[in-house]
Design a protein around this ligand. Sequence first.
Ligand SMILES: *Cc1c(COP(=O)(O)O)cnc(C)c1O
Length: 401
Amino acid sequence: MAPFDLTRNELHVGGLPLSLLAERVGQTPFYAYDRALIAARVAAVRRVLPQGAQLHYAVKANPMPALVGFMRGLVDGMDVASAGELKLALDAGTDARCIGFAGPGKRDAELRQAVAAGVLLHAESARELQVLAAAAQALGVPARVALRINPDFELRGAGMHMGGGPKPFGIDAEQAPALLRALARDGLAFEGFHLYPGSQNLRAAVIAESLQRSLDLALRLAHDAPAPLRYLNLGGGWGIPYSAADKPLDLAPVADALAQVQTGLARAWPRAQLVLELGRYLVGEAGIYVARVIDRKVSRGQVFLVTDGGMHHHLAASGNFGQVIRRNYPVVIGNRLQSPQRETATVVGPLCTPLDVLADRLELAVAQPGDLVAVLQSGAYGATASPQAFLGHPPCTEVLV
Ligand SMILES: *Cc1c(COP(=O)(O)O)cnc(C)c1O
């Protein structure tokens, strides 16, 4: 299922066999990200984007500085969700004009930093607009603003819902007209709208419908805007398969919907820029998490591989990062892919909690202490989305290969 070649006996990352890479890294556990796979994925997304649409990278998915720097050369802009991510994007050399800053509860200091940097603020509340206006006045530079809209429709099919119904994210569509009219008085530089329906969506028809309905809503709201629409960010949230039950996203219907949205947008607002901000879909399949087997135990007939890595580095693989039902990530013994000796084993970490499971009763090559367990599909929401301080084990490291 993963784009890594699983037909050789040893997993390769960036052309290097895993055991040699582990020696080069000098420690386990670690995350490894494959540049060539990331570049191939970005190219695949570009092929389905209509002419003129822009692709942004959502830094939250994987903020490793070297990876953000690599992405800068591949995408048209970045989306950040904190002053820390803003610094990462700017340090990577991203043009401030091509950075969007979203997220609820931006502190006054963060908003001021963002205005000083000249990035586009995705405003999530009336309070943020007030703080932005004050910051713009104090700094003597305009605050570039897009309203993040919480739509008046909800779509099924996303793993994590972030739009529709009561939400802490964005401004309810019903409240937007009044705020838009107030924007002119405040003298903020209005540029457009941002809508983000939710993460880990594998259903192309739902994504297509969301794109279309988001466009309709934005065109409706634009009537009350104080300036012509120049920017429409319709979010990310494209999913990747994690378990055998998941089907990869079918891009053809998404491409059709994007083409229609671009046409509809250009007809109404010829100078408006369509933007997609993808995180997981760009990097998620290009990364693995590697841990070494420390111990092999048999308890009442069940084989346990105890590794030096676990949920403190990879919360999502343990099933505790927003999943409703725990399903195994694809996990392999990375230095014995083709071994004919196979068994059902449970892979756990060193933490003293039953939550610390990387694979539950999965068919694997028979492994011994010293072998390398690789969790595939681990390029997004890994190291920084995990409680590394939990139980005081050493942090993991990350390499871009
Ligand atoms: C998390 C997030 C993204 C990225 O989501 P993916 O599911 O990784 O594509 C994009 N935009 C916003 C506003 C987000 O919060």
